[in-house]
Design a protein around this ligand. Structure first.
Ligand code: SAH
Length: 220
């Protein structure tokens, strides 16, 4: 993926400048044009969601380690997946793979309710702490297996999966509303980013472009 490398600076006031450059250099030139998505990406401070050791790289053009062998996605990927989801004010969204909580925060700036599931307990706890510190009251984090979805809150208007399953998890399709959209990376190794729409007649899938996510691990 092309882009201008940017090396952030750890001095406090410089986060703001690095954040602005991320929008101007990584998102807008690559086709992020939905004003709600751009506003959410401007509002959510990525440096609040990454470990201190990598905070100076918070606005770099790539994923970053968040511990437990996991990563926070590249800002562009967060933005493009959010844009493809076509989020609306009244939507109830399910996210699989909370990680740092960053993607959940971006969604929560746009939609009514976000439910997010993380399989690694300590990451779920850390994400909850980040989101509480930022004042979100419309995000619920659960420690559990995303393959099961969250039947108590289904059906969802939108579902976003930020770890890669080998194929589309059937229970997530079941928990999507008719008219709803789901975006997810599918496959092993390199994956394809897929957008799936549920209609009265069945499911329509469109393949977008190749991506690389951590695998969605099977639950216990
Ligand atoms: N959306 C995150 C990045 C996700 S990285 C962010 O904004 O930071 C993918 C996450 O999916 C990892 O934290 C990983 O532990 C989690 N994961 C992997 N398999 C899972 C499963 N079966 N259910 C729920 N979470 C899973």
């Amino acid at each position: 993926m092309s882009g201008i490398p940017f090396f952030g600076c750890a001095r406090a006031g410089d986060f703001e400048q690095a954040h602005d450059r991320m929008i101007a250099e990584q998102l807008i030139p690559r086709g992020i044009e939905d004003t709600r998505v751009l506003a959410a990406m401007r509002k959510v401070r990525r440096h609040e969601y990454v470990p201190k050791a990598v905070r100076d790289r918070a606005y770099d053009d790539g994923p970053l380690p968040i511990g437990h062998g996991q990563t926070i996605s590249q800002p562009y990927i967060v933005a493009v997946m959010t844009q493809v989801l076509e989020p609306k004010d009244n939507d109830k969204v399910l996210e699989i793979g909370t990680g740092s909580g960053y993607q959940a925060a971006v969604l929560a700036e746009i939609v009514d309710q976000v439910y997010t599931i993380e399989i690694v307990g300590p990451l779920a706890d850390e994400a909850r702490a980040h989101l509480k510190k930022q004042g979100y009251t419309n995000i619920t984090v659960r420690h559990g297996d995303g393959y099961r979805g969250w039947p108590e809150h289904a059906p969802f208007d939108k579902i976003i999966v930020t770890a890669a399953p080998p194929e589309v998890p059937p229970r997530l399709v079941e928990q999507l509303k008719v008219g709803g959209r789901m975006v997810l990376p599918v496959g092993e190794g390199y994956q394809q980013l897929i957008v799936l729409t549920k209609t009265d007649q069945g499911v329509v899938t469109e393949t977008l472009f190749p991506v690389r996510f951590v695998p969605m691990v099977p639950g216990p």
